[in-house]
Ligand binder design. Structure first.
Ligand code: HEM
Length: 483
């Protein structure tokens, strides 16, 4: 499915300034309360050490507040409720490209972090299979090797800058797992990891310096680092396209082969933008998490002792294997036992996730949906989840367990999802589940593949189909298809 590329954003700081001033002037609702007077001191404080400033504003104004930084009123949302609101319950109200993440476009381009809507969903569908558990497990060897070699020089009593150390290790892992680059073999004296850090350094400069253009400015250094990185990445893409099947198991080679439901893959530019985005998305997040992990372990001798004891007991001095890190269901169960569920189910999201997971898997797929049919916190709508399933050609069987008869909306939705995708819905009491499973199993064994070659059509929407059987029997089939 051809999806049009997102609109380019201007990188001209004056144009951005005018745009932001106009956006404030034409705002249709008031900004949330906060510190909205112009203040150079506040902007400088934010640049140097933002956390205390944000915590003060949180204390004074609550989880949603405005801080004017330079000329722009910036709205912040902090805390668990705000996170849930933005990333789960009301995610559809937010766009990533127009917010601060858009500032990353000059380096990252149009990847998952800087795009929205259909373009974003389409890219996600193509990329998802590259992140299956087995694929991640393949990267675990690189992680273990790099962690060990990073720990090699440590001696008891050393003082180590942990943040710098984790950044170094994480970048080496990313270079190998994402691009298949050997971080010890800097080509022609060019070290991609170092160049990436150089490009990121742009965002550490004061805002006024970030606005400067011309030779010798942080902007010029960002552009030059990007040009050098692009040269290496595009050369690698060209090398692999010319010699398919010899890329190794890294993410770049998986994305080179990834296709959407119409067999369309990523262009060179899209591939470059997505891999660069993954490099960024996985960098600061992982490095600060690991650094804080060490920090918390240093503060909590109790936990540290338990961790070391577990390590000795399980590993007895050897290094862990990928399977131990990813397949230990008992450890996952223990970890989940400490979590408490909040809010409600996200049934539509679960359908979209399951369907996306099956994308790229050969053969005809079916999903068995076991649900109370209610949805409290999905970011996708019912109609979208149905469309995802129809586009992917996945058949859904649904079982509504212990659903009250008056819950007509839930019942109707479960049945619609199933009937429109060629499956069936069942409403049973939990003790009769076995019967439903047996019927579904029998049904799946007796499926027939009827193929139908539609003629050319300019209508990209849903095409309904009806299958009639002449001897008076009924045949269940898909309700239609997307061309
Ligand atoms: C401790 C480590 C990490 C943390 C805390 C973290 C956190 C997050 C959060 C909060 C989001 C936004 C989710 C949402 O909108 O619902 C996100 C998105 C994302 N993360 Fe991570 N992340 C981590 C590691 C990684 C790694 C290692 C990668 C890749 C190699 C990665 C790639 C991404 C991508 C591509 C997105 C955007 C997904 C999309 O918009 O479809 N992250 N991450």
């Amino acid at each position: 499915m051809a999806v049009s590329a997102p609109e380019p954003l201007s990188t001209n700081p004056l144009r951005t300034l005018v745009h932001e001033v106009q956006a404030e002037r034409h705002a249709e609702v008031p900004y949330p309360p906060g510190e909205t007077r112009f203040s150079v001191a506040r902007t400088r404080r934010f640049e140097r050490d933002p956390v205390p400033l944000l915590l003060e504003a949180y204390r004074d104004h609550g989880p949603v507040f405005t801080l004017r930084l330079l000329w722009a009123p910036v709205v912040f949302m902090l805390g668990p409720e705000a996170n849930h609101y933005m990333t789960v319950s009301h995610a559809q109200n937010f766009r990533w490209r127009d917010g601060s993440l858009g500032d990353l476009i000059p380096l990252l381009g149009d990847g998952l972090l800087t795009t929205d809507g259909e373009y974003h969903r389409h890219a996600r569908r193509i990329m998802l299979p590259a992140f299956h558990r087995e694929r991640i497990a393949e990267a675990a060897d690189a992680m273990i090797e790099e962690a060990l070699s990073g720990l090699g020089p440590w001696r008891a009593g050393d003082r180590v800058d942990l943040y710098a150390w984790t950044r170094h290790v994480a970048l080496r892992v990313a270079m190998r797992a994402l691009f298949g680059f050997d971080p010890d073999r800097a080509a022609d004296g060019f070290d991609p990891a170092q160049e990436f850090e150089r490009a990121l350094a742009f965002h550490g400069y004061d805002y006024t310096l970030q606005m400067l253009r011309g030779p010798g400015t942080p902007w010029a250094r960002l552009r030059s680092a990007r040009t050098k990185l692009d040269r290496v990445i595009f050369a690698e893409i060209a090398r692999r396209r010319a010699d398919p099947g010899h890329g190794g198991g890294d993410i770049m080679s998986l994305l080179l082969e990834a296709r959407d439901e119409d067999g369309e893959g990523l262009s060179d530019r899209q591939l470059r933008d997505q891999v660069m985005t993954l490099m960024f998305a996985g960098h600061d997040t992982t490095t600060s998490t690991v650094t804080f992990l060490f920090h918390e372990l240093a503060r909590g001798p109790h936990v540290r002792e338990r961790l070391l004891a577990e390590q000795d007991r399980v590993l007895g001095g050897r290094v862990p294997t990928a399977a131990e890190l990813t397949n230990d269901l008992e450890a996952v169960r223990r970890a989940f036992a400490t979590l408490t569920a909040e809010r409600g189910t996200a049934f539509y999201d679960a359908v979209v996730a399951a369907v996306s997971y099956l994308q790229g898997v050969a053969g005809h797929s079916a999903i068995l949906l076991y649900s109370d049919g209610r949805d409290r916190s999905s970011r996708f709508t019912f109609a979208q989840s149905l469309e995802f399933a129809q586009r992917a050609g996945v058949t859904i069987y649904s079982i509504g367990a212990d659903l009250p008869a008056f819950d007509v909306v839930a019942r109707r939705q479960l049945c619609k999802l199933s009937e429109e995708t060629g499956g069936r819905c069942f409403f049973v009491r939990t003790e009769n589940l076995a019967e439903a499973y047996t019927t579904i199993e029998r049904d799946l064994r007796h499926r027939y593949l009827l193929t139908y070659e539609p003629g050319p059509s300019s209508n990209r929407g849903f095409h309904a189909i009806e299958v009639r059987v002449s001897n008076g029997r009924r045949a269940r089939s898909l309700a239609g298809y997307y061309p």
